[in-house]
Design a protein. Sequence first.
Length: 279
Amino acid sequence: MGLFKRNPFGHILFIKKWLIRIFGLITHRRYRGFNELQIDGSEIIASLPDKNVLFISNHQTYFADVVAMFHVFNASLSGRQDSIKNVGYLWQPKMNIYYVAASETMKSGLLPRILSYVGSISVERTWRAGGKDVTEKREVNPNDTENIRIALEDGWVITFPQGTTKSFKPVRKGTAHIIKQYKPIVVPIVIDGFRRSFDKKGLRMKKKNILQSFIIKEPLVIDYENETIEQIVEKIEYAIEQHPSFLKVIPAEEIEEQERLNKLREWNVEKKDTSKATR
């Protein structure tokens, strides 16, 4: 790699590689140490082509979700099976991973601006401004969708089609339009535990010994020519488990059982950490 070689967005790859290494080392224990990241489906990552892949996921924090994906993707490509053990996979990270993020989020401080260099595709949200929903939607900036096209042609793109960290919010049609127009391989990811582990931004740890889950599903089967935008949106909602049908009234005894299991998981993680310390 030439010292000043750049990606299609003008980022110097040498700098980007070192940012991934440094932030990867800093954040690794957030997913393997303080908390435990349980991964399922890493073999799917290893089987994907080098470009034109779109990852769709539910969203729980601004940054911790994306950071976890960088860890899991690079670990999977380095031959690790459902594990991010041994952070050496960061030495030669995949350089053409991008993620879609709101412009206002990526301009909210020095750290977000640095993180944007790692691979952010900043977009203007048409339904939200200044942290609040707007009644009059703005026009979609054509440069935003063009940048996503460029990123897909160069590599992998991560997007959160709900556009918010709140659960069970509607999937934005923009993601379906991108899928229909650019015809990427669409890989769903379902995450959990991040909201309990981190603050909303995903920069500060809120609680330790939380079991975080990271499920990678098989690529969606999509008829790019004949399926409607509404059909693709519904398919996305089901794939990332955010369709309204997933909302249901849960009996009190089931909630109590779930809380018992969560405490058991926390105890298991704590026990595992203790056993490591005694070796």
